[in-house]
Design a protein around this ligand. Structure first.
Ligand SMILES: NC(=O)c1ccc[n+]([C@@H]2O[C@H](COP(=O)([O-])OP(=O)(O)OC[C@H]3O[C@@H](n4cnc5c(N)ncnc54)[C@H](O)[C@@H]3O)[C@@H](O)[C@H]2O)c1
Length: 254
């Protein structure tokens, strides 16, 4: 897999899956725009990878904000002149909150980041891809985009939405050179439960035993997700469009 001469934008780049993906893409020769809402860890990653010779720039942005999404796409074109790959990966969790306990605030926050975010970025990137003659989008959905019992209600609805967004873009733009695919991680060892969403002792107390009981054999590493996303983004997957790929060690198959 080589990403030489290609420009990729990754959201949620400062931590977990996004961080591993950025590392993978720069190692394989891509120029990368690394996007995250938290500035310090993002800039630390950018500095570290630049020191190792990577072509990378950081952009602090909230993917739920239309103007921030415009700015992050503008960063790609103004810095590198084009964009070939968009990875909508930023996300927050809802700590297994079932429908009757979901406040409107939690609902709106989770939908804004996990669903509006990918939609806004796709809407902005597609005209660019059409102008350039093609492009590749990989969305990070979830096991919760495939079934009803893998997360709380807001997160499940958002990730089902990401699956629908992926298929709709694949259908509408495939013939014009745009591929759009999604990965559905099972349980991955990252900071998502504690980093940015709605951390609470009660919530974490619900999530951890659930993950341990549900995930088939072990949790995956962020690098295992990065490998699957990089494959779908790459020219090796040139005829794969609209695929919703579980990367879950067999959880969905059970
Ligand atoms: N970890 C898992 O078990 C798991 C399972 C299924 C799906 N996922 C999905 O994988 C993706 C990556 O999550 P992760 O596990 O690496 O979590 P993580 O918390 O380690 O990383 C997520 C990153 O997204 C950033 N982010 C959050 N809100 C943002 C916003 N509004 N704008 C820009 N950046 C924002 C965070 O600052 C963080 O750096 C998410 O979409 C998540 O829903 C994770």
């Amino acid at each position: 897999m080589s990403f030489e001469q290609q420009v990729a934008l990754v959201t949620g780049a400062a931590s977990g899956i996004g961080r591993a993906l950025v590392q993978r893409l720069v190692t394989e020769g891509a120029a990368v725009v690394a996007v995250d809402i938290v500035e310090a860890p993002l800039q630390a990653l950018v500095a570290e990878l630049r020191e190792q010779g990577a072509t990378i720039t950081g952009c602090t942005a909230n993917v739920a904000s239309e103007s921030d999404v415009d700015a992050m796409l503008n960063t790609a074109t103004s810095t590198f002149g084009r964009l070939d790959i968009l990875c909508n990966n930023a996300g927050i969790m809802d700590l297994m909150t079932p429908a009757a306990e979901v406040s409107l605030d939690l609902w709106e926050r989770v939908l804004a980041v996990n669903l509006n975010g990918p939609f806004l970025a796709c809407r902005r990137a597609i005209p660019l891809f059409l102008e350039q003659g093609g492009g590749s989008i990989v969305n990070t959905a979830s096991e919760a985009g495939l079934r009803g019992g893998a997360a709380g209600t807001a997160y499940t609805v958002a990730k089902h939405g990401v699956v629908g967004l992926t298929r709709s873009i694949a259908f509408h733009y495939g013939e014009r050179g745009i591929r759009c695919n999604a990965v559905c991680p099972g349980a991955v060892a990252t900071a998502i439960g504690i980093g940015n969403g709605v951390p609470s002792e009660a919530g974490l107390g619900r999530v951890m035993p659930f993950l341990k009981a549900s995930a088939p054999s072990r949790v995956s590493t962020p690098e295992e997700l990065a490998a699957a996303i990089a494959f779908l983004a790459s020219k090796d997957a040139s005829f794969i469009n609209g695929a919703i790929l579980p990367v879950d060690g067999g959880w969905f198959a059970a």
